[in-house]
Design a protein around this ligand. Sequence first.
Ligand SMILES: Cc1cc2nc3c(=O)[nH]c(=O)nc-3n(C[C@H](O)[C@H](O)[C@H](O)COP(=O)(O)O)c2cc1C
Length: 353
Amino acid sequence: MRVVERILDLARWAPSGDNTQPWRFEILADDHVVIHGFDTRERCLYDIDGRPSQIALGALIENIAIAARSVGWEAATTRRGDAPETLPRFDVRLREAARPEEAPLAQFIEARSVQRRPLRTRPLTAAEKSAIEAAAGPDHRLRWFESFPARRSVATLLFHNAKLRLTAPEAYAVHRDVIAWHSAFSDDRVPDGAIGLDPMTTRLMAWVMRSWSRVAFFNRYLAGTLVPRIELDLVPGLACAAHFLIVARTPPATIDDYVSAGRAMQRAWLTATSLGLQLQPEMTPLIFAMYVRAGRRFSSEDALWDRARELAQRFEQLAGSDMTGAVFMGRVGEGPAPRARSLRRPLADLILR
Ligand SMILES: Cc1cc2nc3c(=O)[nH]c(=O)nc-3n(C[C@H](O)[C@H](O)[C@H](O)COP(=O)(O)O)c2cc1C
């Protein structure tokens, strides 16, 4: 494999919302790659204004920089100003480094993975927290929610938030398409084994989610959202060391701000992995709050809009003035690595010819 291919082959392990991998590569020369980005805002409720996809592209670009460093090269990435925001393009220039640097995070790029199951509540040590904070870099800071009452507040927010997620027909369409049922691994989606439900509920959900009418019936008459919300939101929301927000020091406004946030997120996540910690993004409260702040109705159902407004208020009470700069939310803690996880499309499928 050429060096450029080795770098991309490692970098493609970057995380992306629902494992969409919104990137393709055009290798123009051994020292020049064009990243063809895209977003899924047209079909995915969660990809508001393409921001989550832009965060994922940031993670990819950070991975490329780390992977290049690990082979004694360096990568400089710039966004092309003339490409539309929905199809962003980035030029990556690679060259051998004059002064090679260490890349201690490179060995964790492939091992880093979402853990959606309960984690231990052992608090993070001061050293662990400061390593994660330092990794986020000077343009971003971390806000921690660690005490039991703070974790309970976040867990409650997630529990209410999940009701919105599980009762919106627009979200159903996304979940139906991105979950790979009856599997522990998937190249291009999220396997059901990685979601965090017990085997019986997983089997039931697989059946219910085959049609919206089944989902609606379950939700209405059988409290269908209750068990998943307890297993996926309430329990993991309490069972962790901390929840955290990554807050941009200057409120994000442009695609470059979100790409930069993605780079910070990836360094922080890889650092958590290097410390033996597990992490799960918790982006949906942030995403619904963005819809509310922009006054954009995301659902055909009025009741859901009212619920979203209540949730945004709850979130604001929790985060205060950090709301405007928040670019990422998640939980972290000690625990075993997940046994089921998303894999990636093979490099050959990502290369444009
Ligand atoms: C911007 C962004 C938002 C995400 N939001 C969530 C989320 O709200 N909940 C969640 O469980 N995982 C979330 N994920 C994790 C992805 O689903 C995960 O990275 C992807 O499926 C690949 O799996 P892996 O990270 O285990 O390799 C998010 C990832 C990114 C980059």
